[in-house]
Write a protein that binds this ligand. Structure first.
Ligand SMILES: Nc1ncnc2c1ncn2[C@@H]1O[C@H](COP(=O)(O)OP(=O)(O)OP(=O)(O)O)[C@@H](O)[C@H]1O
Ligand SMILES: [Mg+2]
Length: 343
């Protein structure tokens, strides 16, 4: 569908102009010229089909109505019944083509989304297989380096510079180990341990954990709930991990003193949990990369937080999406089915 509103209005005006031109032409052709009177009303179909394809069934129906009005207003009395019947066909063709086009567009969009998801899954699997082995191999020597640094650090003869170097080695080993653990969790995720869990205490817990990460930045986490939420069938530990990742991202993107909203609700089929912030947001061109492994704009980011979250929610038969807020910041939403599905 066309989204540029200026272009849409130019198109609509062109259709209206074309319809009026056809009617004006028909009004000037004498009734004896039967062939012309057969051909000209057929031209209205071009305008009707064009509107239906671009504006859906509403566009098709409105243009069909306009063309019917024009054709009937010609007041060529001997053909009024014929024109009235033609008007019915106009409406039928306009609405039918519009509905068909809308369905085709929806199917095309779904195919595109599925193909994107498949491409991502293939990429993840290739990266996962290649690097998981490597990460595993790095971990053992890393543990030896950390152990050796610890032993060195205990030596009494170290001067200040030497002991600072030993501390740096220890800290960097811890950082690398954390990165490798996150990566291995991502590359070889553990299957979820599904069970029934109440959402409220889980959200309370996650909010408390995230507040711990805020420090002195004055950011508040506001909890909101729409209606009563039934207990969820999920892996509570993994869901906490997902929400904590989203909250930490939101806090990191927010300016000091801002609010981050943690909101939950349910409809008939799904429970949704949203994390909304008023932070820096994501550039429009980057929105499709958010769930790609290693996409990060942070100096010390791994770019694995969101891909891991996406993967975990998928394993629980739910989905995670990201939207830019109309004003400022981002909203990430986790959707989980209420009905128990086989895992
Ligand atoms: N709420 C948000 N607002 C703005 N940008 C965001 C938000 N959440 C994620 N992002 C963008 O998405 C990128 C990827 O996020 P992800 O959580 O996967 O990794 P990271 O946060 O960079 O690293 P890590 O999670 O290891 O700290 C971030 O670097 C940031 O650019
Ligand atoms: Mg993150």
């Amino acid at each position: 569908m066309v989204t540029d509103t200026r272009y849409v209005w130019v198109q609509r005006s062109a259709v209206v102009l074309a319809a009026f031109s056809i009617a004006a032409l028909q009004a000037t052709v004498p009734l004896e010229r039967v062939n012309w009177h057969f051909v000209l009303p057929r031209l209205f179909y071009v305008a009707i089909l064009f509107s239906a394809v671009h504006d859906g069934w509403r566009g098709g129906l409105i243009t069909a109505g306009l063309c019917s009005g024009l054709i009937l207003s010609l007041k060529q009395t001997d053909t009024t019944l014929h024109h009235a019947m033609e008007s019915v066909v106009f409406c039928f063709v306009g609405t039918g083509t519009g509905i068909l086009t809308e369905r085709l567009n929806a199917a095309y969009q779904k195919i595109q989304e599925t193909s994107e998801a498949m491409k991502r899954a293939e990429r993840l699997s290739a990266i996962g297989q290649l690097s998981a082995g490597l990460a595993h191999e790095i971990r053992n020597p890393l543990a030896s380096i950390a152990g050796a640094a610890q032993i060195l650090g205990r030596a009494p003869a170290l001067d200040e510079k030497q002991s600072r170097c030993v501390t740096i080695i220890g800290q960097e080993c811890t950082r690398l180990d954390r990165l490798l653990t996150t990566f291995l969790n991502f590359a070889r995720p553990r299957p979820p341990k599904m069970g029934q869990a109440a959402l409220e205490p889980l959200l309370e817990n996650v909010a408390a954990l995230a507040e711990y990460r805020i420090g002195r930045r004055g950011i508040t986490i506001e909890r909101r709930q729409q209606g009563k939420i039934p207990s969820l069938y999920c892996d509570p530990e993994q869901l906490e991990q997902v929400l904590l990742n989203l909250l930490i991202n939101a806090v990191e993107a927010s300016p000091d003193g801002a609010a981050v909203i943690l909101e939950a609700g349910a409809d008939r089929r799904n429970v949704w949990i949203r994390v909304r912030d008023e932070g820096s947001g994501v550039a429009p061109g980057d929105i499709d990369k958010l769930f790609d492994p290693f996409f990060t704009t942070k100096e010390n980011g791994t770019g694995l937080g969101l891909p891991v979250a996406h993967q975990i929610v998928g394993q629980m038969h739910g989905w995670l999406d990201a939207r830019r807020n109309p004003g400022k910041g981002m909203t990430f939403s986790v959707h989980l089915p209420l009905q128990r599905k086989g895992v």
